[in-house]
Write a protein that binds this ligand. Structure first.
Ligand SMILES: NC(=O)c1ccc[n+]([C@@H]2O[C@H](COP(=O)([O-])OP(=O)(O)OC[C@H]3O[C@@H](n4cnc5c(N)ncnc54)[C@H](O)[C@@H]3O)[C@@H](O)[C@H]2O)c1
Length: 237
């Protein structure tokens, strides 16, 4: 789900919790806590590109090439990577496998995250069918809807359940994340329920500001707003 700078464009509602929650005073945790949201977004993009390089058999890269792949300057790449303790060697650059592992450790890849999806309409269907989440360590534990006609249907390997089962599933499967793909007017109510059930972070696709306690880790995804920003950029360049 990551295009150039997509993550950076996502609106964080108050999102440092997720980045700082497991800092635990370690060096790694301290570094994570210091990373800005745009820097985390860029690291995720470097991570994606490094895995593409690994898949094509490349063993080394440098800040210029990596920057070109994600559309940022070599200086920004060097700063981002040195902030997580990865220093390239002059004339040699970065070892692709080591750098991917380093970024993965900082981003929490390798940790398996369980997510639930609420709202299996057009968008929810597409998300359930998308295989890219698993590659990054995210598995979908369950999907819920309020439309009885959808109960029991399997979409992308996940069976759609009634929203009535939500609390029971949250208590037993203990997922950490919830993806909301419900109509705007339902979103805050659903968010309140998943948070009460132990969910730690919400990826919200509904174009609304969720009414949730301050400090809740939320990422809002709004493609229409991004298109608007793109149009603005084109008009004002
Ligand atoms: N962020 C984006 O870029 C983006 C893109 C497309 C859609 N959206 C938003 O995502 C949401 C879903 O869009 P869609 O096109 O899939 O809509 P849709 O109408 O096709 O699907 C909504 C689904 O949610 C279910 N639902 C309704 N209330 C529910 C509840 N309380 N609990 C669980 N399920 C419930 C409905 O039965 C339906 O299956 C909307 O809020 C839409 O505006 C966002």
């Amino acid at each position: 789900m990551f295009q150039s700078q997509r993550l950076c464009g996502w609106i964080m509602n108050m999102n440092t919790d997720h980045e700082t929650s497991d800092s635990g005073g370690s060096d790694e945790g301290d570094r994570r806590a210091e990373l800005s949201t745009p820097a985390v977004g860029r690291l995720s993009l470097y991570y994606r590109e490094l895995h593409r390089l690994l898949a094509s058999g490349e063993t080394s890269t440098n800040s210029r090439d990596l920057g070109a792949m994600v559309n940022v300057s070599p200086a920004v790449v060097r700063r981002d990577l040195s902030s997580i303790g990865s220093i390239g060697r002059r004339g040699v650059g970065y070892d692709v496998a080591i750098l991917a592992e380093r970024i993965g450790a900082v981003l929490g890849s390798g940790v398996q995250w369980k997510a639930v999806l609420i709202g299996v309409g057009s968008l929810g269907n597409a998300l359930l069918r998308y295989r890219g989440f698993e590659r990054l360590g995210f598995s979908l534990a369950a999907a819920f809807d309020t439309d009885p006609a959808k109960y029991g249907h399997e979409v992308g390997g996940t069976t759609v359940r009634s929203l009535d089962d939500l609390e029971e599933v949250l208590a037993t499967a203990k997922p950490e994340l919830a993806i909301l793909a419900v109509p705007s007017e339902q979103a805050s109510q659903v968010a309140t329920r998943v948070l009460a059930g132990g969910i730690q972070g919400i990826l919200n696709f509904a174009p609304t500001t969720l009414r949730v306690p301050p400090g809740t880790a939320i990422i809002n995804v709004d493609l229409a707003s991004e298109l608007q920003q793109l149009a603005f950029r084109i008009q004002n360049r």
